[in-house]
Design a protein around this ligand. Sequence first.
Ligand code: IMP
Length: 513
Amino acid sequence: MMTRETVCVYEDITASAQRIERKYWKMVLGRVVGPGCPLPAYALPELSIMPGHSEVHPNDVNLGTRLGCVSLKIPFLSAPMGDVTGAEMAIALSGHGGCGVVYRFQRVQDQIGSVKEALRRRPFLVENPKSLRPDDTVREAQRILDEFGFSTIPVITESGAFEGIMFTDKVSFKEHGEDLVSVWMKSVSELKTVRANTPFNEVQQRSRNEQECSILPVLNDDSSLAGFYFMKDTADANPVTYEGKPLVGMAINDREEDITERVIPCLDLGVGIVVIDSSHGNCRAVIDQVSRLKKVIGNRNVCIVAGNVADIDGYLRLSAAGADVVKLGIGPGSICTTSIGTGIGYPMFTLIQKISFARRYSKRIAGIVTADIVADGSINTPGDVVKALAAGADAIMGGKMFVAASESVSFLVNGTTDGTVSYSGEASEKAIRARSAENRYGKGKRAAEGVSGSVRHLGPLRKWFPKVLELVCGGLAHTGSNTIAELQTYCLETIGAWAILTPAGREQNAPRV
Ligand code: IMP
């Protein structure tokens, strides 16, 4: 039987890639194109999708997707960037059904620690909330409210027993400031509680169906407080689990020791996705890393993502080496200057559509079992997400989109003084300088291919991300699609599904007030 590897040996992948390329352009332009001939490639904002007859309501849209052997409830990954994805982002995004990929440019133990922390946590469970003692005065509750903005404060004894909750809106600080908290708190016997090992869907059912359940304290076996669930948070939750834990990803580079030092310990912890993260994935080092990783992962249900590439040849080679998913995108990232610096890159829409075309034909033409597709870079609005999926991506990866959240590494580390969150490209001058200070990763790299920037801080993911998802569902519903696969079929089979926008069309697609 021919394995992927043997096919790789027998097939001339470059020739196959060229045959598919020619076929793609014949489809797009209606004529045969020769080598070296400049061809029109589009970025996502240059297109829009024609709506179609629909009997689908956005609430009925299912955004579920598969990446290799791993199922996600929404097609979103957060980028493995030092300012974006640590444990907090990974746990928060898994709570909405996506997956955060913990960044690689950090010490081995720090990366493993973040993966471990994200896998230990339960999405939406507020752990270690600011607490009061029963013999504190109401004045102390006021201080916590004023300083941290928390109006629901657990009351815990010195020995750690959970006594009740102080709801600050139930007491007048002016009149009762000197009263003891124990007088005003709602005691544990009057509260609904839940055991620490209760499955999340049960928690969600209870918080939806039961009265007086705006907050659900979670108790350990010894009756100490494990944390709180707030009903307003859990209402939009859609957590994705992987072998009973949150789905968490990690990034590595092409060095062999990245597998031994980083991946192997994280496989034992339960990491679900490993991303081989390179700015140029169509090279020997990345292909070899895919093969090595494949051997180490063996028959575990762990998804191998490799990238980034922007050519059919790269997509086929990484697929042939055993990648479950290939990540697309060279040049379009919001903080990327690769195209300016080196002249290399490829616009995102045509890239996704072309690779998706290659995916359909490569089995026949090159005999290769092809990988799923993640589009990475410049996917910043819900509309971009819909277009990327419609063009053929199984999921998207976002850097700029997620750095705006309170769970991003940058916000957690730097906070905000002016309502914005700053972030830097992994190949920006700032990041290169920081790495060479550590004297480990900076070797050789001096010229930046990225910049630093900032985005408006949007608050915790739970406050704004459900709205992004609602808009994406709206996009699918506009084409009568219940699922991502139906959206892709609509765009493939409908004549005129894609409109290439003229400058006036683009202008009309934006607000002009
Ligand atoms: P964004 O979603 O448009 O912000 O793009 C995020 C993606 O940009 C990441 O997932 C990386 O693939 C890519 N990226 C991150 N840092 C750099 C850099 O410094 N130069 C070029 N590309 C980068």
